[in-house]
Design a binder for this molecule. Structure first.
Ligand code: 5GP
Ligand code: MN
Length: 333
């Protein structure tokens, strides 16, 4: 439970100007937790705005009030105004201000009450209130806990539930990882109050454009390398792949997970050439920590079994670096 939650609770007894922010390239959990918390706070008569550093995938347009989210890349001036008048800033699904670039610098300088709700490793101690739990499946699960800890679980209605459920199924890959008995109890509750999980599954997982299915085939057939000795699978996409497949934000989401579907693979790496940077998306099974590799070598982090990072330099250099550090983390079979 959040320390001093009673103090925050009494601060929130009056209607406040509230800003919710989440991370760059928002995923289902960033969007679901932000909208779920926003709907709840609006119900409590607060004035709430959501800002993301960059745009989110169209997949999530079905979520209530997703149209009202402000994107800092597109509307920096409007975002500055909202930030300026906010009294409380909720930081969801990230734990250090450098994860949100310029917006992070602005929040750092801004006075006001700062609240973090997050489930990543190594939180930065910048907020006044913090609910940080690495054992949680998702930030959406923690938003459910937060509202419950405020003594207000009854305010969670089907619309809020739909947002939180979205974050839970995307971050757990439909209940494949980071599950707990507590999570299933929450999910049972959401289903009981009327969340239509089948409809959400169709929106999220059964809505792939044909183009993306073909991209997946291309990745598996032409861009995959397996280092059998280490139990490592790598998929690499270069800038020409981005052009040829007209890849947009969100289109590559989930591809890295296919690597772990092979029995022999215990670490999967998805390495992509972005306009100014090489991005790495890492996944692992069991005790093997990709968080350490991301943190030690790629200025990144995340969770033990799901992390990300970046590299400045050529695609080839990034791949070589990744391969060269593997022996420090994995014994040969
Ligand atoms: P993904 O591979 O899906 O982009 O990210 C997996 C996890 O790693 C997410 O929880 C995400 O927050 C974290 N992550 C991804 N990229 C970075 C990064 O550059 N820095 C840090 N600290 N975490 C990252
Ligand atoms: Mn998350």
């Amino acid at each position: 439970m959040m320390e001093n939650i009673d103090k925050l609770k009494s601060y929130l007894e009056m209607p406040r100007e509230i800003l919710i922010v989440s991370h760059r390239n928002p995923d289902g959990d960033a969007i679901g937790s932000s909208l779920g918390l926003s709907l709840y706070l609006k119900k409590k008569r607060h004035n709430v705005k959501i800002i993301f550093p960059s745009e989110f995938p169209d997949t999530f347009n079905y979520l209530p009030q997703s149209d009202d989210i402000l994107i800092h890349d597109n509307e920096p001036d409007e975002c500055d105004k909202v930030l300026e008048k906010s009294e409380v800033i909720f930081c969801l699904d990230f734990n250090s201000l450098d994860r949100i670039d310029r917006l992070g610098e602005k929040i750092h300088e801004k006075s006001g009450v700062k609240v973090m709700i997050d489930h990543h490793i190594d939180p930065e101690p910048f907020p006044d209130y913090m609910l940080s739990d690495v054992s949680a499946s998702s930030t959406s699960e923690l938003v459910f806990d937060f509202i419950s800890d405020l003594g207000d679980q009854k305010s969670i209605d089907p619309l809020i539930g739909e947002c939180l459920y979205t974050g839970i199924i995307t971050d757990t890959g439909s209940f494949r990882f980071s599950t707990s008995a507590k999570l299933f109890r929450i999910v049972a509750h959401l289903k009981e109050i009327g969340v239509d999980d089948k409809r959400l599954q169709d929106y999220i997982f059964n809505s792939m454009p044909i183009k993306n299915m073909k991209l997946l085939g291309h990745c598996l057939n032409n861009r995959m390398e397996i280092l059998e000795d280490y139990g490592v699978g790598i998929i690499v996409l270069n800038k020409y792949d981005y052009q040829n497949f007209d890849i947009q934000r969100g289109d590559t989401e989930g591809i890295v997970n296919y690597l772990l579907m092979m029995r022999k693979v215990r670490l999967g790496a998805f390495i992509t050439q972005q306009p100014n940077i090489i991005k790495l998306s890492l996944r692992s099974k069991g005790d093997l920590s990709v968080q350490q590799i991301a943190r030690d070598h790629f200025k990144g982090g995340g969770h033990k079994n799901a992390s990300g990072g970046s590299f400045h330099g050529s695609l080839k250099a990034a791949i070589n670096k990744f391969k060269s550090v593997l022996p420090d983390y994995i014994d040969k079979y």
